[in-house]
Design a protein around this ligand. Structure first.
Ligand code: APR
Length: 235
């Protein structure tokens, strides 16, 4: 069980491993997305310029899979922790699904974007809710300005969202936990390095992440099994 004091400020970073038990494939695990798709063809600005139809086919496939998924006990444990800690919890996810929100979490920071939102690739119209599938023969969506509508996702080579708020919370936190992330994608993989010296560092996951040495505490196993136990005395 995890001891969290009444003054602790908790920063939790989650990755694809947290949604794996909901049936959403991870990226680098067995049968992971990047084993079946080439990043440079579906998840980069270059891919969007070269073949927006292929990009929308990829994200339509992901929208279909995510809309069939439901929160698992890991999402529920995080939502309960949020109700308990209020603004002393900063929940930052690399995931683009909305399972945290379905489980009842508020103020989730989606640093890599949101699957069920789209935005214009030309004008400054804010991202909008969009769960449509854009697959042949459907026409690709256009904005009133004439620009193309793209998924509201942070692609490789793009700057993640909300970095100012994220680094502010990293500075303030006294407990940093990463859950279900392989620790290979920056800048998220280096967040733990920013807190060493002023926060406890805890890893929860099925396998060793690439940045394992930065964590002083480790809990091995599936997030849906480990998180409810870890937070048990808090509920
Ligand atoms: N519970 C806990 N951890 C799990 C589980 C589970 N049920 N299943 C898998 N894992 C772990 C794996 O061991 C692996 O370390 O989750 C991790 C998932 O790693 P990745 O597939 O690399 O996903 P992630 O770290 O979230 O990827 C980061 O990379 O592709 C980009 O933008 C994409 O946000 C993504 C980023």
């Amino acid at each position: 069980m995890l001891a969290i004091s009444s003054t602790d400020r908790v920063f939790i970073l989650t990755g694809a491993g947290v949604s794996a038990e909901s049936g959403i494939p991870t990226f680098r695990g067995e049968n992971g997305l990047w084993g079946n798709y080439r990043i440079e063809e579906v998840a980069s600005p270059h891919a969007w310029t070269r073949d927006p139809r292929l990009v929308w086919q990829f994200y339509s496939m992901r929208r279909r899979a995510a809309s069939a998924a439901r929160p698992n006990p890991a999402h529920c444990a995080l939502a309960k922790l949020g109700q308990r800690l209020g603004d002393r919890l900063f929940l930052c996810t690399q995931n683009v699904d909305n399972l945290d929100e379905q489980a009842g979490s508020n103020n989730v920071i989606h640093m890599h974007g949101e699957l069920f939102k789209s935005r214009c690739d030309t004008c400054s119209r804010p991202p909008f809710e969009d769960s449509k599938l854009y697959e042949p023969p459907a026409a690709l969506p256009l904005c009133e300005c004439g620009g193309r509508i793209r998924p509201h996702i942070c692609w490789f080579g793009e700057v993640p969202f909300e970095l100012d708020r994220i680094f502010g919370a990293l500075e303030e936190c006294t407990l940093f936990m990463a859950v279900g992330t392989s620790g290979v994608v920056e800048p998220a993989a280096s967040f733990v390095a920013h807190v060493i010296g002023h926060a406890r560092t805890i890893y929860v996951g099925a396998d060793e992440p690439a940045n394992l040495l930065a964590f002083t505490e480790r809990h091995w196993g599936k997030a849906g099994e480990v998180l409810p136990q870890l937070f048990a005395q808090l509920s």
